[in-house]
Design a protein around this ligand. Structure first.
Ligand SMILES: Nc1ncnc2c1ncn2[C@@H]1O[C@H](COP(=O)(O)OP(=O)(O)O)[C@@H](O)[C@H]1O
Ligand SMILES: [Mg+2]
Length: 292
């Protein structure tokens, strides 16, 4: 008699967090898989000992890819079965996708991609023509708020202030300091939850490691509509199906809501404040495991 292996999901993380983003409540995630009789285990993406054909791979906390992007994408391309796809990761791990979404009519934080450092001052002046407004310069390949630099006004820019390029140059969206950044989760095409993230005083980065706070909020029609439109446009641009997405949004000075980041590679699920995301994510995995 042959024994059927239990359906398995491999949760890809990185070596500094071998048990994933556990402080955010990943026990919710593991419990949700257990309740669905899915075997789930954390695996480190660059661990040569992992058999990647052992199940469906869900990229979760691979938060060192920004310095090893080519290696990460080569790994993803070699994984036989995963949520989202290597093609999506290739497109999404470079913030150059933001102007592409804008060109498709999606409301996006205005973004100029700069490859040559000599072009930075002109790009900064272009996104921030008024001296009272600031600009943000960040690496096109970046994560966790690393390398984000605030430029106050269009004055002379010291090249040394920035890390390696290319860079995404944007206006400083002032409302981030008060209203913060909104995240909408779209799982298997459905808007499922929303969180609001606010930075600490004097910071613009909303991430917890810089003192930011995240709370669950009811889904708003405005943010949900923008999230859906963004995922639809991204799907059309890449020709890929998006299993999961987190659409980060900020309110521009003219009052419109705009996409600041589309996270379709390794979005934190904010399980500490949105524990319900665990069941939704586990259901997604369950459906893919059943319908392979
Ligand atoms: N143009 C901007 N205006 C205001 N805040 C910004 C801007 N760009 C980035 N930030 C802040 O910095 C954080 C990190 O930038 P983000 O583009 O999300 O990159 P990462 O991929 O590192 O998360 C954002 O969550 C936000 O708090
Ligand atoms: Mg971000």
């Amino acid at each position: 008699m042959t024994q059927t292996a239990r359906p398995t999901v491999l949760l890809a993380t990185f070596s500094a967090l071998p048990d994933g983003e556990e402080w955010t409540g990943t026990t919710h995630l593991l419990d949700a898989f257990a309740a669905r009789e899915v075997d789930a285990r954390w695996v480190v993406w660059d661990d040569p000992g992992v058999d990647w054909s052992a199940g469906l791979v869900a990229v979760r906390a691979t938060w060192d890819y920004e310095t090893r992007r080519a290696e990460f994408l080569a790994w993803a391309s070699a994984v036989p079965w995963m949520l989202n796809s290597a093609a999506i990761f290739t497109w999404n791990t470079d913030k150059s996708y933001l102007p592409q979404l804008a060109a498709d009519g999606v409301s996006v934080v205005p973004t100029i991609v700069v490859h040559d450092a000599d072009r930075l001052p002109a790009a900064i002046a272009e996104v921030s023509p008024d001296e009272r407004l600031g600009a943000v310069v960040k690496p096109t390949v970046g994560a966790g708020g690393r390398g984000v630099v605030v430029v106050d006004g269009p004055g002379p820019t010291d090249r040394e202030a920035f890390g390696p390029g290319p860079w995404a140059v944007q206006p400083l969206v002032e409302s981030v300091r008060t209203e913060g950044e909104t995240s909408v989760f779209v799982i298997d095409g459905e808007v499922v939850s929303q969180a609001q993230k606010v930075p600490a005083a004097g910071e613009i980065r909303v991430h917890e490691q810089y003192g930011g706070t995240t709370v669950a909020v009811p889904v708003t029609d405005e943010a949900a509509d923008l999230a859906r439109r963004t995922v639809t446009a991204a799907s059309a641009l890449t020709g890929e199906r998006f299993d999961y997405a987190r659409v980060d949004q900020m309110r521009l000075a003219d009052g419109t809501l705009a996409v600041s980041e589309l996270e379709v590679t390794e979005p934190g699920l904010y399980l500490d404040v949105l524990p319900g995301n665990a069941a939704v994510f586990a259901d997604l995995v369950g459906r893919r495991l059943t319908n392979r």
